[in-house]
Write a protein that binds this ligand. Sequence first.
Ligand SMILES: *Cc1c(COP(=O)(O)O)cnc(C)c1O
Length: 426
Amino acid sequence: MVTDIKKNTLAYARAQDEKDVLHKYRNQFHIPKQVNGEPFVYLCGNSLGLQPKSTKAALQQELLDWQNLGVEGHFHAKNPWMPYHEFLTEAMARVVGAKPQEVVVMNTLTVNLHLMMVSFYQPKGKRNKILIEADAFPSDKYAVESQIRFHGLDPKECLIELKARKGETCLRMEDIQSVIDREGEQIALVLFGNTNYYTGQFFDMKAITEWGHAKGCKVGFDCAHGAGNLPLNLHDSGCDFAVWCNYKYLNAGPGSLGGAFVNERHFNDPTIPRLEGWWGHDKATRFKMRDAFDPTPTVEAWQLSNPPILSMVAVWASLKMFDEVGIENLRKKAISLTGYLEELVKSLGEEVVHIITPADPKQRGTQLSIQVKNANKNLFNQITADGVIADWREPDVIRVAPVPMYNSYEDVYHFYAILKNALKKK
Ligand SMILES: *Cc1c(COP(=O)(O)O)cnc(C)c1O
């Protein structure tokens, strides 16, 4: 009986894969191979998701339509390019938990973050600060600092970076609440990564939004590590905006387009400024070209250019799979898969490895960040040579994300066995 098998064995992992109703989706992805022909243990879907096998044919369709139709493809392609972004909207809205009119696939993540800050960071008098996490992703920090300077202000005075307590790596919710309580009247924008890229900590967006709104701040989230990783419920969180990329958990390919969410309460609000372009113009009259700008009454008002179809096609191919599997089902497996990883890693001993990601599944997605005591990069090089693709953060953290769409319990077991072996050699 399965229950008699010890958990730290290949037999146990394989038995879990056999019971896993999502295991069959692994075969719908290209898994990178080692020189010996064996698949890598790929645990880096938090950095670049793998390629769905369906992407190639979908891309070829667009190349063919362009080849055969030229400009006519805007109307006569199998999937006409004119409304192409709309084909993605409903599935994307389901992934991030929003109304379709609140979600659009456009640009890339940092670009969208800037566009959203143009709208939602409006420093006025004493209310001129932005609150972020001290270990926010570098690009977000650069974006925020440059926005502050763009308004003629000084990041040294206007940027509040919330640090974890001494000796801790994750932020405490009560510390987020107290900084907002204390300084909220001076904060124009609260911006958090909804899942921190480094620690894997997932924040309660609804709570942070309520605290920020109670003090009159705008609240936005960078969901780069949340979208496709766990259900986000963006609409119900009440936040003003969110942005994300689609190449991490959403498997849409390197440098793929990003996504943006604007809460519907802002659609016809003349006090919210916006950078504009022709793709944000109301569709019915967009091609009259001489009219004054008449915004689409949805998040699409924030679109600037006609979108790159060859990139959007990969987002769509991936979203079809998310629709088929369902983000709730992925979450269910993720809790179990990451829990299995956690159990095996912990069995290596707290004096050897320490997981900095919260132990509470509600406060994390799939990723675990593993701090290795007295490690250097040799250890990481060793597990790479042994077939693991993961991510190393100086000085001593390995980030691994078993992604429920294509990772197996067997992957998790192999990672554990390879890490254990490398630690012995250390
Ligand atoms: C991955 C990631 C980025 C990358 O930004 P791009 O504009 O897509 O290059 C930015 N912020 C966060 C939080 C990320 O995780």
